[in-house]
Structures are given as structure tokens and as C-alpha cells.
Design a protein around this ligand. Structure first.
Ligand SMILES: [Zn+2]
Ligand SMILES: [Zn+2]
Ligand SMILES: [Zn+2]
Ligand SMILES: [Zn+2]
Length: 97
């Protein structure tokens, strides 16, 4: 029998509380969740997916871009006064003042 990558053991999903399900470990928060609440392509749980940076999709977001409203992480954001801009909006604003 071949095991799927990321499967740890049977247990309780930490998101929906379903028992005796195959659990996958989220690489961001470390929670063990069922297949339904796991994004295998990213290796993260759905809770983290909701707070993930929408620019790179690899890090947790720290805020919203003041211009396009996307969630951005520290790597993909630039502080502009009191507001936060994503690097894409920042670059656009940079070329069109
Ligand atoms: Zn679940
Ligand atoms: Zn997670
Ligand atoms: Zn990012
Ligand atoms: Zn933006």
C-alpha cells in the first residue's frame, strides 16, 4: 500500500473536528486537518489559506494593500506613510506619479 505524501495518521481534524480521518499537517500553523481542509498543492490548511499573501502565496499576510485590497506579506508589501501597498501597486505608482 502506498501512502500519500503528508498523511500522518488517522485522527481528529483540528478545523472541523471530524474523527478517524486521514490527517495532513499544515506547514504554516502545524495544525493537523482532514483532506477537505487541506490544500495539498500548497501544503497548508484552509485557515492559513485565508490569511495567506495573495501576491506570493507563500507567507502569511500582514495587512491589505491600500490600493488593490489584496492581502500582502511583509516581503510583498511596501509601507507608504500610514498605508501599505503591495509591490505591484507600488511599482505602478512609481512609474505613474
Ligand atoms: Zn476538517
Ligand atoms: Zn494552517
Ligand atoms: Zn507575499
Ligand atoms: Zn496592490
Amino acid at each position: 500500500m502506498c501512502e500519500a505524501i503528508g498523511v500522518e495518521y488517522l485522527g481528529k481534524c483540528e478545523i472541523c473536528g471530524k474523527e478517524n480521518v486521514e490527517l495532513y499537517k499544515c506547514r504554516v500553523c502545524g495544525r493537523r486537518v482532514c483532506r477537505e481542509h487541506f490544500r495539498g498543492d500548497k501544503g497548508i490548511c484552509v485557515a492559513c489559506e485565508e490569511t495567506m499573501c495573495e501576491v506570493c502565496g507563500r507567507k502569511l499576510a500582514v495587512g491589505y494593500c491600500a490600493r488593490c485590497g489584496r492581502l500582502v506579506c511583509e516581503d510583498c508589501s511596501v509601507e507608504r506613510g500610514p498605508a501599505l501597498l503591495c509591490i505591484e501597486c507600488y511599482r505602478k505608482l512609481g512609474t505613474t506619479p
